[in-house]
Design a protein. Structure first.
Length: 943
RNA sequence: GCUCGAGUGGUGGAAUCGGUAGACACGUUGGACUUAAAAUCCAAUGGACAUUAGUCCGUGCGGGUUCAAGUCCCGCCUCGAGUACCA
């Protein structure tokens, strides 16, 4: 029998599907284990070999856990709302649902080819109405919830309303976006529906607000902070500008402290935790209020609040700076400065985010003409406007302490403002002194002579006494903008009753995405849903009806925005537990059984997006009692990227002549991508294929190397269609089989690391499978026997079991593959045919190469699938080695060999001591008192 | 700038607790089988000198601790990732 992977793989894939081998039940006597992959966005390009890396790792782990006797949940689905399908729809008029469907089918086909053990009965698609019904439901829960700071948890809105009815908002501790004016119970009762809603909006966990947003004109939509990279959109790299718009926001800031603190509970990669920590950006300091000096043009005294981490330097303040967007700018500006200020504000608002970031070195600003009063000295402090102060952080205003902050220092130098020195004995003639250690405050009234720590505490205390400020913890994280001006996303379950946003009840969900004639914004600039003719809500029938029926009595307009991409991915892990439930997102029984994800595998690019939002929603659902855990994934692994190895040909400038890499010799050439499929492992170009590739290359001339070949240049780049370096898993499966692909992807290197793909290397794992096969089969059939295995064979097997188990538990899948290779080589040279060895070996390799393992298992005479049974094989580990030689070296010169038994015995210690005595005497005559020995290794010597 | 991570043969990478550095694989070279090729199998493969037997040098650089350092400590250099006027 020959190893025919095509036959074997299609046979077992069919078998697994027909028998629902990997279907997980929501209850079992076995312990549960939940292995999850980050579900993909089904793009039109299909999968390349980089995509399945994480899926292969999680599949190995899932299969391994099944063998260890766990009831394993291992689902897959699609994050199928998104921009590419919509942009394709704009270009071609094809409905995004159709494109998405086609892409999903393609993905499914590709995934099936690799032989994953997913429970497909639980598949979810974020764009299907059955699914987004629950996305809308969670939005509704957030809409009807507020954050109680006293209990530090989210609460249903009903409790807030009843509080308002009895106390107004007096002594209420809730998280709100801005400070809410005080009102009494009777004020509340007297307020109109609109008035009450305006108040509630300030408390709801999702709320409508006029916010500065990142507007991307090219995409025609707003973007969240994490969707912008270096000032341009993550998708497409388009320009992003700041703009004020009425938008839905999510009050994630209420959860900042818990999101930060609970990172400690998670077994997640440290870099990922670090970037979440940075993103949340906690800093301790104080809020300080500066009162403005009354003036002819502004009689009113305004309170300008600033946040500072250094209240100890308050006596070093020589000016204040407001962000150009600060609300007081126009009010405090003096008539004389009006023109200059207006010009400056306009100029900064016109600059894109990118421009502003690009030249952080250019100092710009303008004096407002107004002054504030120093809270302690009462001295007038000039108020400046400067774009180095960001509207989005803190209060959008700073107290400038030029001697202690480099930006304030530069600004002061540039505009010739005074730089008072309040640090004892520190030279600030060249730059600011920003360190906190070793400073003693000087020229600072009651703070003079105090070191940093004491000055800080004292300053905050005095501010509180004076009523000019208080200690405060500030967070960088902003509330997340939740509206997108797009078609292909979840509609909001919201309609507007005389302008009051009103929630549609769960009983009438889902509110399905309407049909539109075109997928672009309307002529009036409204989002694409503005094109829908049936997009109004009838409160009597609780249905979507024609816009013509809008009468503002029973029929009202629906929200035109849709939800962002991260909405659907923020709870899907819970939905998998019970994905066909039509009554609830997940039944109580199912979520009690599965609890949380035990192992989550996916890319690190989601650190400050998906992974933060998902934690936020999980905490919210936990507060309301819908899920039993406040964190959704116990352990997380970031798989690295598999990069492509691009090939380059070099065209002499202005000609159609291509020069082989070795012959360039400083001549002017243009490097052009050549498709990697036309290049062999020795970097030689298939010239005939290259000429046929493109019309313009049909008559190309070539300068060849001595051997008559054209050598290409190589470079490692991201795998992408435009770089012609994409390798498809289908092609690999066709040529070498899925098992070779799986083993090779694991073998390439550590899971977390990024590594370049090199198709040539796959012959290694392919050869391994063929060698493995030959242990069980020869051309005429099976070759196993029932003879007793030899000691050597047992040793090889158990060594392998031990090592592979350790490797898999520590997610070192790459070394596990090497261990298999060594094992097979040893068994081959031992001439092993014993069933007692071959049986466990088949089980051992089955997580990695499941198809061939099934075939070997069947070949050994077993009727059932290897995947269906549970075997304790991974639990049995025997050490067969009894003794081994260990070297003792000294300064790289002397080498003695001692033989230690594997057990921890007196003899072992003595032998080691003697060896070391010899070494010592030989050199310096020093004799160690003690040698600490563990089985097999000498660790340490104490003198 | 800040935070984190990584530097080991021609290449991807092993070395899990400080204990024979370079496992395993690719590639390369030589050989066997073959009319030939593919496939398969065998051997060699860090560098230098010696080619019998060995010797010396080798884990980014410079120091240190230790009987012993790729591994620990101090100082640098380079690369990668994240973040960036965060007050």
């Amino acid at each position: 029998m020959e190893y025919n992977f095509r036959e074997i793989e299609s046979k077992w894939q069919r078998y697994w599907a027909d028998n629902k081998t990997f279907k997980a039940e929501n209850n079992s006597l076995k312990p549960k284990y939940y292995v999850l992959d980050m579900f993909p966005y089904p793009s039109g390009a299909g999968l390349h070999v980089g995509h399945p890396l994480g899926y292969i790792a999680s599949d190995i782990y899932a299969r391994y856990k099944r063998h260890k006797g766990f009831n394993v949940l291992h689902p897959m689905g699609y994050d199928s709302f998104g921009l590419p399908a919509e942009q394709y729809a704009i270009q071609t008029g094809q409905h995004p649902a159709l494109t998405t469907n086609t892409n999903i089918n393609k993905y499914r086909e590709q995934l099936d080819k690799i032989g994953f053990s997913f429970d497909w009965d639980r598949e979810v698609r974020t764009s299907s109405a059955d699914y987004y019904k629950w996305t809308q439901w969670i939005f509704g829960l957030l809409f009807n919830a507020w954050y109680d700071k006293k209990q530090d948890k989210s609460m249903p809105l009903a409790s807030l309303i009843s509080y308002f009815e009895t106390h107004g908002n007096h002594s209420l501790e809730a998280v709100t976006d801005t400070e809410v004016a005080l009102f009494s119970a009777s004020d509340w009762k007297a307020a109109s529906a609109k008035g009450q809603e305006d108040i509630l909006q300030q408390y709801r966990l999702t709320y409508l607000a006029e916010t500065q947003v990142n507007w991307c004109p090219a995409l025609g939509t707003v973007l969240a902070n994490d969707e912008i990279i270096n000032g341009v959109s993550e998708r497409g790299g388009h320009l992003v500008v700041r703009k004020k718009m009425l938008q839905w926001s999510m009050r994630i800031s209420a959860f900042a402290e818990r999101l930060l603190k609970d990172l400690d509970l998670l077994d997640w990669p440290q870099p990922l935790k670090d970037s979440q920590t940075n993103w949340i950006g906690k800093s301790k300091g104080a809020m300080v209020t500066f009162k403005t000096q009354a003036s002819d043009w502004c009689l009113e005294i305004l309170d300008i609040a600033v946040f500072t981490t250094r209240p100890d330097t308050i006596f070093g303040v020589s000016f204040m700076t407001l962000a150009p967007e600060h609300e007081y700018v126009s009010r405090i500006t003096s008539p004389g400065q009006k023109k200059a200020v207006a010009a400056y504000v306009t100029a900064t608002s016109l600059r894109s985010e990118r421009d502003r970031m690009a030249d952080v070195k250019t100092i710009s600003g303008v004096f407002s003409g107004a002054y504030a009063l120093h809270p302690f000295t009462g001295a007038p402090v000039p108020i400046w406007i400067g774009d180095y102060v960001l509207a989005g952080y803190g209060t959008g205003a700073v107290m400038a302490v030029p001697c202690g902050d480099q930006r304030d220092y530069d600004f002061a130098k540039h505009f010739n403002l005074p730089i008072p020195n309040i640090f004892k004995g520190i030279d600030i003639t060249q730059e600011a002194y920003a360190q906190k250690d070793g400073v003693v405050i000087d020229h600072s009234g009651f703070l003079t002579g105090l070191p940093y720590k004491e000055a800080l505490t004292k300053a905050i205390k005095e501010l509180e006494v004076k009523g000019s400020g208080f200690g405060k913890v500030n967070y960088r994280i902003r509330d997340a903008v939740f509206s997108r001006q797009r078609y292909w996303g979840e509609p909001f379950p919201i309609y507007y009753k005389q302008g009051v946003p009103t929630l549609i009840d769960l009983a009438y969900l889902p509110v399905a995405l309407p049909e539109v004639a075109k997928y672009m914004p309307t002529e009036t600039g409204a989002p694409p849903l503005g094109n829908a003719t049936h997009w109004a809500w009838c409160c009597q029938t609780n249905q979507v009806v024609s816009n013509d029926l809008i009468d503002e009595k029973t029929v009202f307009p629906l929200e035109l925005n849709t939800m962002p991409g991260w909405a659907g991915s923020s709870f899907y892990f819970n939905r998998y537990m019970d994905s066909s439930n039509t009554k609830a997102m997940v039944s109580e029984a199912a979520v009690d059984y599965w609890q949380e994800v035990d192992l989550y595998i996916g890319g690190s690019e989601h650190a400050t997006g998906h992974l933060l939002y998902a934690r936020f929603w999980q905490k919210f659902l936990y507060d309301l009692g819908f899920v039993p855990k406040g964190e959704f994934a116990k352990k997380l692994i970031n798989q690295g990227m598999i990069t492509g190895t691009s090939a380059f040909v070099y065209r002499l400038e202005g000609t159609n002549t291509f020069v082989s890499k070795g012959l360039i010799n400083r001549r002017k050439v243009q490097a052009l991508h050549a498709d990697v499929s036309m290049v062999n492992a020795a970097d030689e170009l298939d010239i005939i294929a290259f000429k046929a590739w493109r019309v313009e290359y049909a008559n190309a001339q070539f300068e060849l190397e001595d051997k008559g070949v054209y050598t290409v240049g190589r470079e490692v780049e991201k795998m992408s269609k435009s770089k012609y370096n994409v390798v498809s898993p289908d092609a690999i499966c066709d040529e070498y089989g899925a098992d070779s692909l799986r083993l090779y992807e694991m073998f390439l290197g550590p899971l977390e690391q990024s590594k370049p793909w090199n198709t040539a290397g796959i012959t290694g794992t392919y050869g391994f499978i063929k060698k493995l096969w030959k242990l069980y089969f020869n051309p005429s059939g099976t070759i196993f026997n029932t003879e007793e295995p030899t000691a050597d064979q047992l040793k090889t097997l158990h060594k392998t079991i031990k090592k592979v188990t350790e490797d898999i538990e520590s997610f070192s899948f790459n070394t596990a593959v090497s261990t298999f290779m060594i094992c097979v080589n040893e068994l081959t040279s031992q001439g092993c045919k014993s069933k007692d060895i071959l049986e466990p070996l088949a089980i051992l390799v089955s997580p990695y190469a499941p198809h061939v393992a099934e075939e070997l298992w069947a070949g050994l005479g077993h009727k059932s699938s290897i995947s269906l049974a549970s075997f304790p094989i991974f639990n049995s580990v025997y050490l067969v080695e009894s003794e081994k030689e260990y070297p003792v070296s000294f300064n790289g010169k002397m080498r003695f060999k001692i033989t230690l038994p594997m057990d921890f015995s007196k003899d072992a210690i003595e032998a080691a001591v003697m060896a070391h005595e010899k070494t010592q005497q030989h050199l310096e005559g020093r004799i160690p008192k003690k040698v600490i020995v563990v089985p097999g290794k000498i660790i340490n010597i104490v003198e």
